[in-house]
Design a protein around this ligand. Structure first.
Ligand SMILES: [Zn+2]
Ligand SMILES: [Zn+2]
Length: 191
């Protein structure tokens, strides 16, 4: 069911991009793409796993004394859309699909200037809101779904004294003993 919906939206995205001159199905330039719903429940919206780098697009980046080999073009792309995204509005799902499709274009494997150029053009022409980071709270709201705070946070910490629950995006687990509950000064525990 969900896979069918994803495929339908995926082909709509491809068609819309073609209408504004971006041909994602040009295998010579883009390579091949497959798309599926991620098996694991990820925090992120989606991802694009790149394979088969094009040797002609090799760049050597120097960072101090170190050399890093990078490729600006890949010939195989595996897009995964996170399960939780599939419950959102169709246009938000498509926003996520197009974000990942941009990553399939040469020189767009990261969120650099080339990626941003495409995102800006697509947003302007097709009315999407492709950004480098999504806004989960806004996307849940726009989909008339309840946004639970814990959806957005990685760590749940509980005060062992008063039971207060604290959510944190970043948290140093090694320092748990030196932190205290802001309400009662009690000891905290990571759950
Ligand atoms: Zn991205
Ligand atoms: Zn407390």
């Amino acid at each position: 069911m969900q896979e069918e919906k994803l495929n339908k939206l995926y082909f709509e995205c491809i068609q819309e991009l073609e209408n504004i001159g971006i041909n994602i199905q040009n295998e010579k330039i883009i390579g091949t793409i497959d798309i599926k719903i991620s098996a694991r429940n990820n925090k992120r919206y989606g991802c694009c796993k790149q394979e088969n780098p094009d040797k002609k697009y090799k760049v050597i980046q120097k960072i101090g004394h170190r050399k890093i080999i990078k490729y600006e073009k890949f010939n195989t792309h595996h897009i995964e859309i996170s399960k939780w995204v599939m419950q959102l509005n169709d246009n938000i799902i498509k926003n996520t699909i197009i974000h990942e499709l941009i990553h399939c274009i040469p020189f767009c494997n990261n969120h650099g200037s080339e990626f941003k150029k495409y995102a800006k053009y697509i947003n302007k022409k097709l009315g999407y809101n492709i950004t480098t980071k999504g806004n989960k709270e806004a996307d849940y709201l726009a989909s008339n779904l309840e946004f639970k705070e814990e959806n957005n946070y990685k760590y749940k910490i509980i005060c062992q004294n008063c039971g207060q629950i604290i959510y944190r995006k970043r948290f140093n687990k090694n320092l748990i003993n030196s932190y205290k509950c802001g309400k009662c000064g009690g000891k905290l525990k990571l759950t």
